[in-house]
Design a protein around this ligand. Sequence first.
Ligand SMILES: [Zn+2]
Length: 284
Amino acid sequence: MNCIVCGSMTSNGLAPWHTTCRYCDYESADLAAGINERNTHAGLDEGDRETALRALRVENFEAILDETIHFAPAGANAILDVGCAHGWFLEAARGQFKHVLGIEPDAALSEQAMAKGLPVRAGFFPGVLEEGEAFDVIVFNDVIEHITDIHAALAACRERLTPDGLLILNLPSSRGFFYRLASVLARLGVRGPFERLWQKGLPSPHVHYFNHRNLSRLVSSSGFFPVHFFELPALRMRGLMERLRFTGQSNRAILWAQYVSIVCAIPVLSMFPSDAVVCMFRKR
Ligand SMILES: [Zn+2]
């Protein structure tokens, strides 16, 4: 297989489904997606998942929107959120953009978002867009790493952005502390954390892992140039207990021990590269 970033031959990675590029450090996975297939959703309580994720996500989205205002083209009023899930980013963006639109392929999630009155279309990007529909900003929040044909997705972004339009990719980084720790553990034969970070076995696993450099190289080759890069904290205090409960731990003593150790770890972790990064690109 050839690397999608630099074209070099890729090498076997840390699992039978994992490959890496020795030249640019791009990593990929051959993991099957099962969006809208009932069995992959079984065992996942979407309600609990929503509570567990919400606080962290909303705080991150507000941070992304603060930066978006600085880099969006002058007079920007239309923003597209690809893979909008519950619509939390749309809710936050509504205050700053006149026209917001979300696209969501997971039928259950898109129905939930529409039921809240959010402008969401069910289906895939760019198929559900109308002819000539264009946006000043297109954002992918934890989505681009799931898209197999990323070249086609980037070409569609270029086509659907107005002149000087802004592309925002919020995604996991292979330079992140937890990803590197999970890679070390996988090398030692402990594959659980590594599989979890790739979301192996979940409805929509990751197929790519980038770092800031190889992502910039890939996106630049599709007619963009990088304008801004920043990290999101991998852990935040808000909603931490809900997230820990979601992992299935019901023993209160263990739960509190986990909570306290993570709270103590937050300042230490902030000294290492984060697992969540945001890269902004302008259409060339
Ligand atoms: Zn490469």
